[in-house]
Design a protein around this ligand. Structure first.
Ligand SMILES: Cc1ncc(C[n+]2csc(CCOP(=O)(O)OP(=O)(O)O)c2C)c(N)n1
Ligand code: SF4
Length: 341
């Protein structure tokens, strides 16, 4: 059989002629540029990509990708994406959602897609606000956050997206930021790792909504602070951070604590193990608000069978045992009723 070589794509091949409608300065632009840049490196067929989204500023993403795409309905991208993948497992399905779309109205759908381990890459743009509808609070808004819908400050306890994904058994869970001026720009690497994972890959991306929640993540992205407030997770390596790499994270009984490398040896720090879900959960609770560096990189990665593989296997088995199905016959089989006047 003759092998047809794939053309060498560039980021430009994944652009479109659509006018981008995000506000100037929005963090979404950096994420779009990173995704367009990463896809050519994956060496997959361009016509196999499908970007599925819900509703929100972030969910406009499929218009701006030179791939197939579906701009779905609010919160229902996981259902649409699961349908696409189940119908044609050959496709590379990516799901783009916001903290509102994915964790308010769509929380239930996202949860089931992740636990089923459907081989779909999820990019959750977390800006801790509803951007498209002009600045209401979202499930990731911090307590006390004043918005148009929480004029006296939010009294809700926010969702931690990474803890959520771990709690519903996602097999790949990662975090990164839209930009990083502190030299820790790992967005491209994380996207590649997600793309190469077979199973549901969940990536939380801290994204600046510079109109309604500007600077929400500046502590993690700016030159002066990024290295002090974030810690890079690398499998098998100790958690070291700080502009001078002079601090570390240690496990003390069941709690994590920051220690100075003047006093504690690197060997006594916590070593990251991305196969351990309990450790990943502990890491997911580290927050800047509580004086801890926030982990970026891959929290958790394990291998489990994918939903669509098992579904296809079951369907093939059923056909083998009972022959090809017939929808017409099925509808008229068993107990049927005629509804009278
Ligand atoms: C059924 C339904 N309910 C509510 C809305 C209004 N709505 C549109 S987008 C959105 C939230 C968007 O926030 P998020 O998902 O965080 O995306 P962002 O705009 O911040 O990227 C809401 C509530 C809608 N379009 N459909
Ligand atoms: S409202 Fe916020 S999230 Fe939406 S495009 Fe503007 S800056 Fe971006």
């Amino acid at each position: 059989m003759t092998q047809i070589e794939l053309p060498k794509y560039t980021a430009k091949d994944f652009a479109t002629d659509q006018e981008v409608r995000w506000c100037p300065g929005c963090g979404d632009y950096a994420i779009l540029a990173a995704v367009r840049k990463v896809l050519p490196d994956l060496n997959h067929r361009k016509e196999n990509y499908v970007f599925v989204s819900g509703i929100g500023c972030s969910s406009r993403f499929p218009y701006y990708m030179g791939t197939y795409g579906i701009h779905g309905i609010h919160g229902r991208a996981p259902a649409v994406a699961t349908g696409v993948k189940a119908a044609n497992p050959e496709l590379d399905v990516w799901l783009v959602t916001g903290d509102g779309d994915g964790l308010s109205i769509g929380g239930n759908h996202l949860m089931h897609m992740l636990r089923r381990n459907v081989n779909i890459k999820v990019l959750l743009f977390n800006n801790r606000i509803y951007g498209l509808t002009k600045g209401q609070y979202s499930p990731t808004s911090l307590e006390g956050h004043r918005t148009k819908s929480t004029p006296m400050g939010s009294i809700d306890h926010p969702i931690h997206p990474i803890s959520f994904a771990l709690g519903v058994e996602a097999t790949f869970v990662a975090r990164c930021t839209d930009v990083n001026k502190g030299g820790l720009n790992i967005l491209g690497d994380v996207l590649k790792a997600a793309a190469n994972h077979r199973g549901s890959a969940f990536v939380e991306i801290y994204q600046d909504c510079n109109v309604f929640n500007h600077q929400a993540f500046f502590y993690a992205t700016e030159k002066d602070t990024a290295r002090e407030t974030t810690v890079l997770l690398e499998h098998g390596k100790p958690l070291v951070f700080g502009a001078n790499r002079d601090k570390g994270v240690r496990l003390n009984s069941t709690r994590l604590e920051v220690v100075s490398l003047d006093k504690v040896k690197e060997d006594d720090l916590l070593f990251h193990d991305e196969t351990d879900p309990a450790l990943a959960f502990l890491l997911s609770r580290m927050s800047h608000q509580q004086g801890m560096p926030e982990p970026v990189g891959v929290f958790h990665r394990i291998h489990k069978p994918c939903y669509e593989d098992m579904l296809t296997a079951q369907m093939n088995k059923a056909i083998e045992q009972r022959g090809e199905g017939n929808l017409e016959k099925l509808i008229h089989s068993g107990s049927t009723w005629t509804v009278g006047e």
